[in-house]
Each structure stands twice: as structure tokens, then as C-alpha cells.
Design a protein. Structure first.
Ligand code: ATP
Ligand code: MG
Length: 363
């Protein structure tokens, strides 16, 4: 049996989008179906979402169920994966507190993802401490479950590096206790960091440039048709550019050879389409239509599955409650090992009590 333990999470700051799908969700389902794993933990990072939404708890609360429905709709199966809610596991907060002593402020300030996100959210001088330290809390999430593999998008690379540093420092000081995780990035380059429909570097719930997994066909089409392409490609006959052209990046992420026979028999491959576009003479509208057909076909079964799960919301909460209970047991076990290693286990250590009695009885 495989000894791989997988863990990943998503912030409940909105419904999940196609960037999450290609960047992480699809891989999770593949892992789940491969059965080459010991455990697959998937969690809704509500505590982390609050770090930059502290004045909007209702947003986080509403999106917990949305994300859970998205998980089920892409095929994550609670019989095979453990789905849980972060805030309901206080052991994670406790672990973060101890990890904070292993990281310097300047190390956190150097984290490129945190830097970009601070700027994106307009925090500048008013960064909440909790947001600033979220890489530490992520290290707690990963290590609490002794995760060996973490399938995420490229933006999470600095978090994994930070986690590995914490694990090494902890094990060096307190003895071998924690497990070093490995990042698992998407194999396809276009999926590492899917851009927004507006051409911005990253599709992100917080930027409002998303195509959601649960998008209705009409909205999906509208979003695709108004996508950012190449500002220099004004007339059909102008040569087009692929660099920074979101429509082509999405095609790189979603297009498969069989799509041509089905939706665009004029071309045999994506390379042919690209060549024609670059030469000039191929209009954006035609390419967008093709992309729309592909996305409609990909998202339809997801939307239908979601509709079925939406019919029984209490069952979804019950599934999360069970998953959370199971996950909490695992985290509690790790925390007790951590506390023993850190010498802060006073009441379950008979040896300690005997030693201290001896010390005071025979000074
Ligand atoms: P927020 O704007 O609230 O941070 P987000 O859209 O960045 O939301 P997260 O919940 O932070 O989503 O990320 C969940 C997972 O999805 C992470 O593994 C992240 O790397 C991956 N991911 C997020 N956006 C993209 C994207 N555009 N392309 C590829 N992977 C992505
Ligand atoms: Mg994010």
C-alpha cells in the first residue's frame, strides 16, 4: 500500500473557478481515483480566509458550503477523501503558535506571494498580523497531517518552502517529529497559474476575473466572448500574438485533440490554429467560439452534479462534520507528539513527575 499522504485546501472566499480546477482540483480527483495514496485530506481554509476578511464573516460562512459543493461536483468523494473545515480543528491554531517562534519577521517579509497579495489587497501599512503570518499557519495545516505531498498551484511554492524550513528547524531543535512535504505542481505549464479573463496574471476569487465551475451556460459564453486577447490584433488580417493572450492560455489548459473533430474540423491541432492566428487572418471571435464549446462541454457534467448535491444540503454539512472529526483526531495525535518533543507535556509524563519528586526529595 502507498504511504503517500496528500493534503490541500482552498479559501472559502468565493465559488471555485477553472483556475482551481486545472491548478489543483483535477489532480486531486486523479489521485483519488488512482488509489495510490494512504490518505487524501482536503480542507476548507475558513480561518485563513478570515485573515483578510475579518470584517466580512458572512462572506466566509456562505462560501464554506459553496466550496464543499464545488468539491463534490468535480468528483471528490468523501468515502475516499477526508473533507474538513479548518477552524473546527483548534490543534492547528495551537501548532501555528509554536511554529511562530521558528520563523523571523524578515523571512516572512521576503515571501513573494505574501508581498504580491498585500499589494493586491491594498493593505500596505495596515496588514493584519494574522494575514502576514499565514504561511506559518499553512505549515501547521500541512504538518499536522504529516502530509508528504501537497498538490497546489505555483503561487503556493513559497509556502511549501517555508513549511520545509519550519520542519527542518523543528526537527533539528526538538528531534525528528515532523514530516517534510513535497509540492506537486500541475504538469501542464498553462495550469501553473491560470490568468484571469481580464488578462491579469492570476485568476483569483478576490479579483473578480473568474470563470466559476458552476457558471451557467449563458454567463459562461458571455465571459468567454468578452475575454482579453491581443490588443494589437484589431483587424482579422493583422498578425496575432499568443504571449499574454488568455484565450490561448485557456486553450493550452483545456483543449484536447478530439475537440477538433467535434467542434472545429477546419483545423487538425492547436498548433495549426496558433500558426494561422500569428500569421493573420484568423479572428478572435472564431477562437473564442471554439474555447466556449470546449468549456461548455467540460463544465456541464460538473454543473449537473452540483445541482444534485444542492438538493440535500444537510447531508453536505454532515459529510463535513464527519470529515472534520476524523481529521481532528489525526491533528491531535501530531500535536501531542509535538508537545512531547517540545517538553510541554506535564501531565502525561510519569517519568517527569518521578524525576522531579526525586530532585526535591533528595536535594
Ligand atoms: P483568493 O483570491 O481568496 O486567494 P484564490 O483564487 O487565490 O483565492 P485559493 O483558495 O487561494 O484561491 O487557492 C486554492 C488553490 O488553487 C491553491 O492550490 C492555488 O495554488 C490554486 N490556484 C488558485 N488560483 C489559481 C490559478 N489561477 N491557477 C492555478 N492554480 C490556482
Ligand atoms: Mg489565493
Amino acid at each position: 500500500m502507498s504511504d503517500k499522504i496528500y493534503l490541500t485546501g482552498d479559501r472559502p472566499t468565493g465559488r471555485l473557478h477553472i483556475g482551481h480546477y486545472v491548478g489543483s482540483l483535477k489532480r486531486r480527483v486523479e489521485i483519488q481515483e488512482s488509489e495510490d495514496y494512504k490518505k487524501l485530506f482536503i480542507f476548507i481554509a475558513d480561518a485563513q480566509a478570515l485573515t483578510d476578511n475579518i470584517d466580512n464573516p458572512e462572506k466566509v460562512r456562505q462560501n464554506v458550503i459553496e466550496v464543499a459543493l464545488d468539491y463534490l461536483s468535480v468528483g471528490l468523494n468523501p468515502e475516499k477523501s477526508t473533507l474538513f473545515i479548518q477552524s473546527q480543528i483548534p490543534e492547528l491554531t495551537e501548532l501555528s503558535f509554536y511554529f511562530m517562534d521558528l520563523v523571523t519577521v524578515s523571512r516572512l517579509q521576503r515571501n513573494p506571494t505574501v508581498k504580491t497579495e498585500i499589494h493586491m489587497r491594498g493593505f500596505d501599512a495596515s496588514i493584519p498580523v494574522g494575514f502576514f503570518t499565514y504561511p506559518i499557519s499553512q505549515a501547521a495545516d500541512i504538518t499536522a497531517f504529516k502530509a508528504t505531498h501537497v498538490p497546489v498551484g505555483e503561487d503556493q511554492k513559497p509556502m511549501l518552502e517555508q513549511t520545509v524550513e519550519i520542519v527542518r528547524r523543528f526537527n533539528y531543535i526538538y528531534g525528528n517529529t515532523l514530516v517534510e512535504p513535497k509540492i506537486v505542481l500541475p504538469q501542464n505549464n498553462a495550469c501553473l497559474r491560470l490568468p484571469g479573463t481580464d488578462g491579469k496574471a492570476k485568476m483569483s476569487k478576490s479579483l473578480g476575473n473568474c470563470i466559476y465551475l458552476s457558471e451557467e451556460p449563458k454567463e459562461l459564453k458571455q465571459k468567454v466572448m468578452s475575454m482579453y486577447t491581443d490588443p494589437l490584433h484589431i483587424h482579422v488580417e493583422d498578425p496575432g500574438h499568443l504571449e499574454g493572450n488568455s484565450v490561448f492560455t485557456y486553450l493550452d489548459a483545456f483543449c484536447r485533440p478530439e475537440h477538433f473533430a467535434e467542434f472545429w474540423p477546419d483545423y487538425a491541432s492547436l498548433d495549426e490554429v496558433k500558426e494561422h492566428y500569428q500569421k493573420g487572418g484568423l479572428g478572435d471571435m472564431k477562437v473564442k467560439k471554439f474555447l466556449n464549446n470546449i468549456l461548455q462541454a467540460e463544465l456541464e457534467p460538473i454543473r449537473n452534479r452540483r445541482a444534485a448535491f444542492e438538493k440535500d444540503i444537510p447531508a453536505v454539512y454532515e459529510m463535513l462534520r464527519k470529515g472534520t472529526e476524523e481529521a481532528r483526531n489525526v491533528a491531535a495525535q501530531t500535536l501531542s507528539e509535538v508537545k512531547r518533543a517540545m517538553k510541554i507535556n506535564y501531565f502525561d509524563d510519569a517519568e517527569l513527575i518521578a524525576e522531579q519528586s526525586k530532585r526535591f526529595q533528595n536535594p
